[in-house]
Design a protein around this ligand. Structure first.
Ligand SMILES: *Cc1c(COP(=O)(O)O)cnc(C)c1O
Length: 376
């Protein structure tokens, strides 16, 4: 038996909705299924406006355009994240300033943010790693006091909460990913959540190539024209049909992921303690989104052996982000080894176990016994 790291899930009416979209002869964006996804996200999360996009990366780019970022502006991002968290703003000429992460949650360390703020800082981008909320009270307080915007990269945290409030509803904007590896997916896709009502109209314009097409379709203007900058960020209704099938099943997806996560956590606790391996930490104020299950091994050498030993048994465990500050691009912004010591250490030691909502009990039992057989 081989156990992949991730497997595409089809849990509900994805195929039926795709057939309906074909029958509707409406494959371009903003059709019936897109509107259904928007309404579902707005109601479940309590956000003013949700807009499906072609990816989370594109939603982050939209945030950069909406904030009118200019060359020389500085954006504080964690070094331990996906490239797009930084690159979307670098496209606007902004300079990424890499902050280290907390050793417990692996989230942007709010205690290190303030000292990185300069006169040029425009934005802080927290990433809710693994779907566990960042320390938003402190981050929002710093941002408010220093006059800096907050955009949440919530690619991992859909349906997670911090102090009872949905992740993705704290920043002026937040972004979601529906990439195949995320909890809810349509292969490639994302969304921009707009929490500040003053930005809604312009977000619609930027998403529609800089035109006021959305207002035209609502009958609010009698012709549509070029009114601002923008690009083509609208998701096809065919993909939205697939996505709607998944979103309707989100409670089932989340509860299955929760059961798998809790089983890993409970069943590996004794082994981890004996081997000097750390398990994930979820603060009491966070209801996590169950995006992944990871372990922190004692060293890079142990992690390499661990991944190899599992692979020999057909189990695909993987490592995660390489520190952005010492990547080829990160170094061009002055990043150096030693700038973010927690990120550097975690990146070498973190390993993610196979984790997907269609994982069977037998598959998880196989992974558990293979992990428990490993000696550090
Ligand atoms: C997956 C991911 C992205 C990119 O998502 P796409 O939809 O593939 O563009 C961005 N940020 C984080 C933290 C991610 O995990």
């Amino acid at each position: 038996m081989t156990i992949p790291f991730n497997r595409l899930q089809m849990l509900g009416d994805e195929a039926k909705f795709i057939e309906q979209a074909l029958a509707n002869s409406h494959l371009m964006g903003d059709g019936g299924f897109t509107r259904k996804c928007h309404a579902l996200l707005e109601q479940t999360l309590g956000v003013g406006r949700a807009l499906l996009t072609t990816s989370c990366t594109h939603a982050l780019e939209m945030a950069g355009l909406l904030l009118d970022l200019k060359p020389g502006d500085e954006v504080i991002v964690p070094s331990f994240t996906f490239v797009s968290t930084a690159n979307a703003f670098v496209l606007r000429g902004a300079r990424p300033v890499f902050a280290d992460i907390r050793p417990d949650t692996l989230n942007l360390d709010e205690r290190k943010v303030e000292s990185l703020i300069t006169e040029r800082t425009r934005l802080i981008v927290p990433v809710h790693y693994a779907g566990v909320g960042c320390e938003m009270d402190t981050l929002l307080e710093i941002a408010r006091r220093r006059g800096v915007a907050v955009v949440e990269d919530n690619a991992h945290g859909l349906f997670g909460r911090y102090r009872g409030r949905a992740l993705g509803t704290f920043g002026s904007f937040s972004t979601l990913s529906f990439h195949e590896t995320k909890n809810v997916s349509c292969g490639e896709g994302g969304a921009l959540l707009v929490n500040d009502p003053r930005h809604v109209e312009r977000a619609e314009i930027i998403r529609e190539k800089g035109t006021n097409r959305s207002r035209f379709f609502r009958g609010m203007v009698d012709k549509y024209t070029w009114v601002d900058v923008g690009s083509s960020y609208v998701m096809s209704d065919l993909l939205a049909a697939f996505l709607y099938g998944q979103l309707l099943e989100h409670e089932r997806i989340q509860s299955r992921r929760r059961a798998l996560w809790e089983t890993y956590h409970r069943e590996l606790a004794g082994w981890a303690a004996a081997q000097g391996v750390s398990q994930p930490h979820v603060p009491a104020e966070c209801e996590q989104a169950y995006h992944m299950y990871y372990l922190l091994m004692p060293s890079l050498e142990v992690r390499t052996r661990f991944i190899q030993q599992l692979r020999q048994q057909g189990i695909n465990a993987v490592f995660h982000y390489l520190p952005l500050h010492v990547s080829d691009m990160g170094r061009t912004f002055g990043g150096q080894v030693g700038d973010c010591p927690v990120t550097e250490s975690i990146s070498d030691r973190l390993v993610r176990l196979p984790f997907f909502s269609t994982m069977t009990e037998q598959e998880q039992t196989t992974v558990l016994s293979a992990v428990r057989d490993f000696r550090c």
